[in-house]
Write a protein that binds this ligand. Structure first.
Ligand code: SF4
Length: 355
């Protein structure tokens, strides 16, 4: 296996513009992916259970300040049916995603997790934003397996500007990631590539921070400006000498570097990548180190309203139709649909080490 790149090498790679050299790096990462986690691609059925959010993140299309956006919540019975659909379409995991929505109380979410475990029999990933540690503990006890919470950028000044803290909260996402680890979750996080205000050095730091956090899953995607957000409305085109490009090659190179730094991590080819390149984005991600895909099972009407970035609402079919298309595309590049929950090998090893 190639040695993990050091900081200087990462800094050179992210700015590399020679297509041949870049492709060479992606191929090396693909080889590491194959050797470490195999050819299986695990499907996570995404269910966006609510687009209500109390937060004002400057980059996000469902932030509380976007008052023109119609809001929805799926009821728990509907979520169970959607999860069954996902299970039947070979998704060993469902991902419950929402804005920070107080309607989804600790107890309501715990009840839903229990139903998914008993009635559907799937691994459950939660992506419900920043929540009190009591809720996280209760959900873990109810059977939740994983939690996704992106740190978005490790640059703390920038983070506070784009992600205004909640009053009286006193915790940030990094604190919550530590709590999730302590509670025994598989922990997923990640960042935005090309977030306005970030620098090339920040991108290098963000890649290295994923290793420092010893993540089980890393989800990264290019920043896509949403016209109904403070950042999307106000930020002028960035100077590419200063700000990392929010483009496909920079995202693929970042993914490849993450695969080299964290060889057994679960690494999705994200929807945002597929929006920048609808024809080849999925395949390109899977050839640059990715081993996870997250087909969306949210019903069409609600999916259109979960517009965290532009283009997501129209990102192809949903549900079983989407899975059939993904399956064809996987087979065409020599990959297979994974069976089982697709737990990150690194998480098992950590558990064994702790025993
Ligand atoms: S990023 Fe998450 S917490 Fe922030 S506004 Fe969007 S949904 Fe809410």
């Amino acid at each position: 296996m190639p040695p993990p790149p050091d900081r200087d090498e990462i800094a050179r790679w992210v700015r590399e513009r020679d297509p041949r050299r870049r492709s060479g790096l992606w191929e090396v990462a693909d080889g590491v992916r194959q050797a470490q986690v195999g050819d299986e691609v695990h499907l996570r059925g995404l269910i966006e259970i609510s687009n209500h959010c109390v937060r004002h993140c400057a980059y996000c299309g469902i932030n509380a300040g976007h008052r023109a956006l119609a809001r929805y919540r799926l009821d728990p019975a509907t979520v169970v049916v959607l999860a069954q659909d996902a299970r039947e379409a070979d998704c060993g995991t469902v991902v419950l995603q929402a804005g920070e929505d107080p309607w989804w109380t600790g107890e309501r979410v715990a009840d839903l997790i229990r139903r998914l475990k008993v009635e559907v029999g799937v691994a459950v990933t939660l992506s419900l934003g920043e929540r009190p540690v009591e809720d996280l503990a209760r959900w873990r006890e109810a059977g939740a397996d994983r939690y996704l919470l992106r740190f978005e950028t490790g640059n703390q000044d920038l983070y506070r500007r784009v992600h205004p803290p909640q009053r009286d909260w006193g915790r940030d996402r990094r604190d919550q990631l530590a709590d999730l680890r302590r509670l025994g979750y598989e922990v997923g996080s990640g960042f935005l590539v090309g977030l306005p205000g970030s620098t090339w050095d920040d991108l290098v730091d963000d890649i290295l921070l994923c290793r420092e956090l010893d993540l089980d899953m890393v989800g990264i995607g290019p920043y896509l400006p949403h016209p109904m957000t403070p950042l999307g409305r106000t930020v002028a085109p960035a100077d590419p000498e200063q700000v990392p490009a929010a483009d496909v090659p920079t995202t693929l190179t970042s993914m490849a570097l993450l695969r080299l730094l964290l060889p057994t991590v679960n690494l999705p080819a994200t929807t945002a990548l597929g929006i920048l390149d609808p024809v080849e984005g999925l395949e390109a991600g899977l050839r640059a180190g990715a081993n996870i895909v997250m087909p969306d099972f949210t019903p069409d009407t609600e999916r259109r309203l979960y517009s965290i970035y532009p283009g997501k609402e129209g990102a192809g079919p949903a549900g079983a139709e989407r899975v059939a298309s993904i399956r064809r595309r996987l087979i065409a590049i020599g990959r297979t649909v994974g069976t089982g929950a697709g737990t990150a090998p690194v998480w098992h090893r950590r558990r064994e080490g702790a025993a």
